[in-house]
Design a protein around this ligand. Structure first.
Ligand code: ADP
Ligand code: MG
Length: 293
């Protein structure tokens, strides 16, 4: 549909909702007629599970391990509305670097001419972002992706992981690495959650592209083994994911974020620690958003 394939990476701390968010974006884009590839770059290898109805999908690393020739159909499954699903995979537990699968997967997919032959409009990379070690930084580093988004809740550990990702983007962007499209605020529950994530985004020179409250609709879809787009297409959350998908694909101005130093991040967190107990003002806008969603 678009002129050129857009490569978009979605990072975030483990368990923060990367795969849920990425799969719903993929499903929303596919539903709107785009050709989509989703590549799970997390050793957990469950990125695309809600797009493929639980169908078995060998990982790239597992398939290449025995050294034989691998075909695209061995390491991909066509899922919901034609989304092509790939899982990079991880090392044998306890052995080797967990980021190795990403390199192996991307190299193999390039060799198999996936991007030329499948001609996707969008390739989504779902990348574990706790540790931005060599392997996990590949999508940022080598001009592979056009834009990066980070999924974060209002929990400090999620913010901390986002700030570390910003450090990696900041380091590689001047030499042709990817820039940041923004923050996807997910799993918001606390009344102050929205204001806190907004403030972090403001402090680091970026913005929040969408706010996704915590919802049983998401949990239910996961239990059905589906995305929200498939399981509850008429729900408010499905609309949120469609809006997010449009925003992620749209003509956003990506930036080089300004990560906080260890000390500044600590001081910022402490300030919020005081605020959330003291200042009733801070809860007002977030409460309004949660009840509207
Ligand atoms: P990650 O890929 O970052 O490790 P997942 O996408 O697998 O995280 O999400 C972890 C868990 O949180 C899953 O059980 C998922 O259903 C749940 N989850 C994620 N986002 C939401 C949300 N907005 N509301 C409710 N549950 C959510
Ligand atoms: Mg995941």
């Amino acid at each position: 549909m678009s002129q050129r394939t857009q490569h978009i990476a979605i990072y975030g701390k483990g368990g923060i909702g990367k795969s849920t968010t990425t799969s719903n974006i993929a499903a929303a884009l596919a539903e709107a007629g785009y050709r989509v590839v989703q590549i799970g770059c997390d050793p957990k290898s469950d990125s695309t599970v809600t797009l493929r109805g639980g169908n078995y999908l060998p990982t790239v690393l597992d398939s290449t391990r025995d050294g034989g020739r691998v075909r695209l159909e061995d390491i991909s499954v066509v899922g919901f509305k034609g989304v092509l699903c790939v899982e990079a995979g991880g090392p044998v537990p306890g052995v080797g670097c967990a980021g190795r699968g990403i390199n192996a997967a991307i190299t193999l997919l390039q060799e198999l001419r996936l991007f030329e032959d499948f001609k996707p409009d969008v390739v989504l990379y779902d990348v574990l972002g706790d540790v931005v070690c060599g392997g996990f930084a590949v999508p940022i580093r080598e001009g592979l992706t056009d834009r990066v988004y980070v999924v974060s809740s209002s929990d400090f550990m999620a913010i901390y992981a986002a700030n570390n990702l910003f450090k990696a983007i900041n380091k590689y962007a001047p030499s042709g690495g990817a820039r940041l499209g923004g923050v996807i605020a997910n799993g918001l529950v606390a009344p102050y959650a929205r204001a806190l994530v907004d403030d972090f985004a403001g402090q680091t020179g970026t913005r929040v592209v969408e706010y996704v409250p915590r919802s049983p609709v998401v949990a239910q879809a996961e239990l059905y083994g589906q995305t929200v787009i498939e399981a509850s297409p008429a729900s408010a959350h499905a609309e949120l994911y469609r809006a997010l998908a449009r925003a992620v694909l749209g003509d956003v101005e990506a930036v080089i974020p300004k990560p906080l130093s260890v000390n500044d991040l600590r001081n910022w967190a402490r300030k919020w620690g005081d605020l959330i107990l003291k200042d009733e003002q801070i809860v007002a806008p977030a409460t309004a958003v949660l009840s509207a969603a």
